[in-house]
Design a binder for this molecule. Structure first.
Ligand SMILES: C[S@@+](CC[C@H](N)C(=O)[O-])C[C@H]1O[C@@H](n2cnc3c(N)ncnc32)[C@H](O)[C@@H]1O
Length: 249
């Protein structure tokens, strides 16, 4: 993917440098732009640039409102029982769920295999690390990002308390809101993760306590496997596969 920038790229996204061009590329569905210290995903249609921002905007609002304590993702992962769980976020995307988990106290390892998505995430993470606010710094200190595929990582037989899986699912046709348009753009960039079923077995090997799978409410079970527990929300659900009880500290 082409990248436009009026300066050389900083170290955390220097791997994009071979793609630098002088002007907005014609006929491309997407391009990246590095401007005023932020990397953004852009496209010709009228959808605002997509930036990962853990410091301001929605993330800030959520942090100030308790950091997502009541959110289904934190309940499903077991942070209600224990706040310092070691969680593998094996399909990180833009890091929204990961940020909630790390904000609440989890030690988090996030994997993202798509290089464009990873570059946006790494850029958001870089700005999180630069923040002067000590609570933001503490979140960054508990969090590591890897540009790696989950299947490669899991093949190394690592152990984590919880493995969280949120693979892409084909986009629905009638998406109206601006937020949903962002999701449509994200879908056409990443595609559907057709190999997602194959992640469940190694994730179950890796997890000490549980594997949590986020799915659209109407989606079939991952790998056809029945979970031990389901938390069902308005549009999505969390399927929880339990291996051992999480005991409070
Ligand atoms: C639906 S998004 C995740 C959204 C994320 N939970 C959030 O809150 O932003 C799925 C992401 O997982 C990534 N992904 C899918 N399969 C993967 C795999 N096997 N290894 C690493 N990343 C994967 C995709 O590239 C995509 O960016």
């Amino acid at each position: 993917m082409k990248v436009i920038s009026d300066q050389s790229l900083p170290e955390h996204i220097a791997f994009l440098s071979p793609q630098l061009v002088d002007d907005v590329p014609e006929g491309e569905a997407f391009w990246l732009s590095y401007c005023e210290g932020r990397l953004a995903l852009c496209q010709p249609k009228k959808i605002g640039p997509i930036v990962v921002d853990f410091v301001g905007g929605k993330s800030r609002h959520r942090r100030l409102q308790g950091g997502g304590k009541g959110q289904a993702v934190s309940k499903a992962c077991g942070l209600v029982q224990r706040r310092d769980l070691d969680i593998l976020d094996a399909t990180a995307g833009m890091g929204g769920d990961g940020f909630v988990l790390a904000s609440l106290g989890a030690k988090l390892t996030s994997l993202e295999r798509n290089p464009v998505v990873y570059s946006l995430l790494a850029d958001g993470f870089y700005r999180l690390n630069q923040a002067t606010d000590s609570s933001l710094k503490a979140i960054a200190d508990r969090w590591q990002l890897l540009n790696q595929s989950a299947s490669d990582y899991l093949a190394g037989s690592p152990k984590h308390d919880v493995v969280y899986l949120d693979p892409m699912f084909p986009a629905r046709k009638k998406e109206k809101a601006a937020v949903a348009k962002e999701m449509v753009a994200f879908h056409s960039l990443v595609g559907a993760d057709e190999d997602a079923d194959a992640l469940l077995a190694p994730a179950l090997e890796c997890a000490r306590f549980r594997v949590v799978v986020k799915r659209p409410k109407i989606a079939p079970l991952l790998a056809g496997k029945q979970p031990d527990l389901q938390l069902v929300g308005k549009s999505s659900r969390f399927d929880v596969y339990t291996k051992a009880k999480i005991v409070a500290d």
